[in-house]
Design a binder for this molecule. Structure first.
Ligand SMILES: *Cc1c(COP(=O)(O)O)cnc(C)c1O
Length: 364
């Protein structure tokens, strides 16, 4: 009998398509442009984009210029999607943006200047999105800058503004009054650019209600199975399933330590399974504090996470060397593991490394 030799990451593109449909139904009437920055939240931007194109997505958001270029190459001529680059128009980026037909999201006055200069030199209108900061204080024109730019048409010469957008900072807390504050500010901005399509909501914003959805939603984490409000949402299915085989099973006596540095000392007889995955595979080390795996139909607490090995307390479970333990997936919820690790679901996904074998289900 041969046993598994490596951990595996199964990426279920049918679950992705399901989540896309859930989010679109939630925002009926709006278009949806999936966010596939950071290699599709670590799951493979090319596979994710091709599948979502087949499901009707016509635009995608990436963060970096290089991500936009790779995505354009992966999509090829047969998928002429709009690719928005959140980093915008960095000095000198014009020829590369143009060559890959990317749409920069302009987020500052210097970016607007660089874009108008490039458009003037190329003699062609340049399609751009414009981002306004309505309260996050991270990126985007201030309200005063947006007003100044809108009122002097000259400062946008040569630019074809295809989208006006802003981003919510508190959408995972639906009752936070900052959501309404941002909504009010965005309404002001929209009045400055009549007739331009607008986009406001990422995953969590989509759930805040119709006022937040605008013309185009930008879902990221919820497509990949993360509950938009940083807790599990039963409508969304896990897209990533990470599993590792049991390499060793041992009994540990009270008073013995497990792993490094005697931080973890056992106080009652414990049956431990050690599986072949660790933080080098992207399982966050801090997730031992409340994290769990799934074996023989039950949750099993994680005891320690080291670089290549994870120890779980498996109690009386039926288990043998070579059995698979799920460490993330339909039974080990992304949001639970994120909470255990003191982080967000986004980070749990983007950290998944390429060491494990990757298997795609439902690829087009
Ligand atoms: C990352 C990002 C998104 C997607 O956010 P999720 O929380 O993953 O849905 C949307 N818009 C902008 C501007 C982003 O940076």
């Amino acid at each position: 009998m041969s046993l598994p030799t490596s951990a595996r990451l199964t990426i279920d593109l049918d679950a992705l398509a399901h989540n896309f449909a859930v989010l679109r139904a939630q925002a009926a009437g709006a278009d949806a442009a999936p966010v596939i920055k950071a290699d599709g939240y670590g799951l493979g931007a090319a596979q994710v984009a091709r599948r979502l194109w087949a499901e009707g997505a016509q635009g995608f958001f990436v963060a970096r210029l290089s991500e936009g270029e790779s995505l354009r190459a992966a999509l090829g001529a047969e998928h002429p999607a709009t690719i928005y680059v959140l980093d915008g128009f960095l000095a000198g980026a014009g020829p590369r943006l143009a060559a890959a037909r990317l749409t920069p999201v302009l987020s500052s006055l210097p970016q607007i200047e660089a874009a108008t200069t490039f458009a003037a030199a190329s003699g062609q209108a340049l399609a751009v999105a414009l981002q306004v900061d309505t309260g996050m204080n991270r990126q985007g024109l201030t309200l005063a800058e947006a007003e100044a730019v809108a009122q002097s048409g000259d400062r946008l010469r040569g630019l074809d503004i295809v989208l006006l957008m802003s981003h919510l900072g508190s959408a995972t807390s639906p009752d936070d009054p900052r959501n309404e504050l941002q909504l009010g500010r965005f309404a002001q901005v929209r009045r400055l650019f009549p007739g331009v399509r607008t986009s406001f909501a990422a995953s969590a914003g989509i759930m805040l209600g119709p006022d937040y959805r605008n013309d185009l939603i930008r879902p990221g984490i919820s497509l990949y199975g993360g509950g938009p409000e940083e807790r599990p949402d039963a409508r969304l299915h896990a897209v990533a399933k990470f599993e590792a085989p049991i390499l060793y099973i041992r009994n540990v006596e009270p008073g013995e330590m497990i792993g490094y540095g005697s931080h973890t000392v056992i106080d009652s007889p414990t049956r431990v399974a050690v599986v072949g995955a660790g933080y080098a595979d992207g399982i966050i080390r801090a997730s031992r504090n409340g994290g769990y795996g799934w074996l023989a139909g039950e949750r099993r607490p994680v005891i320690i996470v080291t670089m290549d090995l994870i120890a779980l307390d498996i109690g009386p479970a039926q288990a043998r060397i070579g059995d698979w333990v799920e460490l993330l997936g339909p039974n080990v919820l992304l949001d639970d593991i994120a909470t255990a690790a003191g982080t967000v679901a986004h980070e749990c996904l983007v950290r998944l490394s390429t060491r494990a074998e990757r298997i795609y289900l439902g690829e087009v």
